[in-house]
Design a protein around this ligand. Structure first.
Ligand code: AMP
Ligand code: ZN
Ligand code: FE
Ligand code: FE
Length: 292
């Protein structure tokens, strides 16, 4: 069983439709793929409908933008009830923050001589519920101002670069309880990725676990072999679920091909059991895992 629990479609900043992601998962030899777009469940129906034809089990999830200790932190939420009003409200606030940020990014870029039209960015994000810096990057690529997304981030969009603008993200503790209330389970995405590892050590992860965190995404391209070992040890110590995943973004992210990291079937089973319990505790009917 090959299981990949983190993939993006063009409903956020991936570059292909949800059904395409599911088909590509099959081509990559996966048995299970989770659709985890940033801050939206928009792609769920399409991905679920594609499961049977592709012969792939689809897990419905999302990657929710949070903050922790003054930094950005991404939380993977699996199988929450998307109609749960506090979850809807949380996502609405985040998407609103994403929308509002675009003109500010463009004003900052104008100050360094790059005159992009908001319409050009909106066009790049036309299928997306969640608009973000990758779409600004795509507009820069489209103009021929940079060669690819990575270059746009390095020159203009990463923290410390002229086009960087932060945006609203709720405290991770709040989001953990909202996901629990929605009958879902939470896994912290690439905790030692682009953020400072010092912000989230074992004590911090234990505190999040007390608020409902179920697991850690250990095997991720942003983590070195040493970081993976250290995170695996922490997960074992705290009895947290360990996941591995690609963080696939289609053509939008190199070296993140579907299945480049995978999740152990036993860990996946445990996560599903925890989701079942969460759904019972919350009294919410959560979306079933879609089997082919
Ligand atoms: P945003 O959500 O608008 O703040 O943009 C963050 C997203 O941009 C992340 O989730 C990644 O998908 C992507 N991203 C961040 N840094 C880079 C980078 N250096 N190169 C390519 N994509 C990146
Ligand atoms: Zn992304
Ligand atoms: Fe992320
Ligand atoms: Fe991601």
């Amino acid at each position: 069983m090959r299981i990949d629990l983190h993939a993006h479609s063009d409903r956020s900043d991936g570059t292909t439709a949800p059904a395409e992601v599911v088909r590509a998962a099959r081509e990559a030899g996966l048995d299970v793929v989770a659709l985890t777009d940033h801050d939206t469940a928009e792609g769920w129906d399409e991905a679920a409908d594609a499961a049977a034809g592709a012969g792939v089990t689809v897990v419905l999830g999302m990657e929710i933008s949070c903050r922790h200790a003054g930094r950005a932190l991404h939380l993977l939420a699996y199988l929450p009830d998307p109609t749960y009003e506090p979850l809807r409200q949380t996502l609405r606030s985040i998407l609103h923050g994403r929308d509002q940020r675009v003109p500010t990014i463009l004003a900052n870029l104008r100050a360094v001589g790059i005159d992009l039209d908001e319409e050009e960015v909106r066009r790049q994000a036309s299928s997306a519920a969640a608009v973000g810096r990758p779409h600004v990057a795509d507009a820069l690529v489209h103009r021929g101002l940079v060669g690819r997304r990575e270059e746009a981030f390095d020159r203009y969009l990463s923290p410390g670069r002229p086009g960087y603008v932060s945006r609203y993200a709720p405290p991770v503790e709040d989001v953990l309880s909202v996901v629990r209330g929605a009958g879902g389970v939470s896994v912290v995405a690439h905790p030692w990725g682009r953020t400072d590892p010092a912000a989230l050590q074992e004590d911090g992860l234990a505190a999040l676990q007390a608020t409902g965190l179920a697991g850690i995404e250990v095997d991720h391209q942003d983590h070195s072999p040493q970081q993976r070992s250290a995170l695996r040890a922490i997960a074992a110590d705290l009895d947290l679920v360990v996941t591995g995943s690609s963080d696939y973004h289609g053509a939008g992210k190199v070296d993140h091909g579907l299945g480049c990291n995978t999740t152990d079937p036993d860990q996946f089973e445990r996560l599903l059991q925890m989701a079942d319990e969460a759904s019972r505790d919350a009294g919410r009917r959560t979306p079933a895992v879609v089997h082919p």
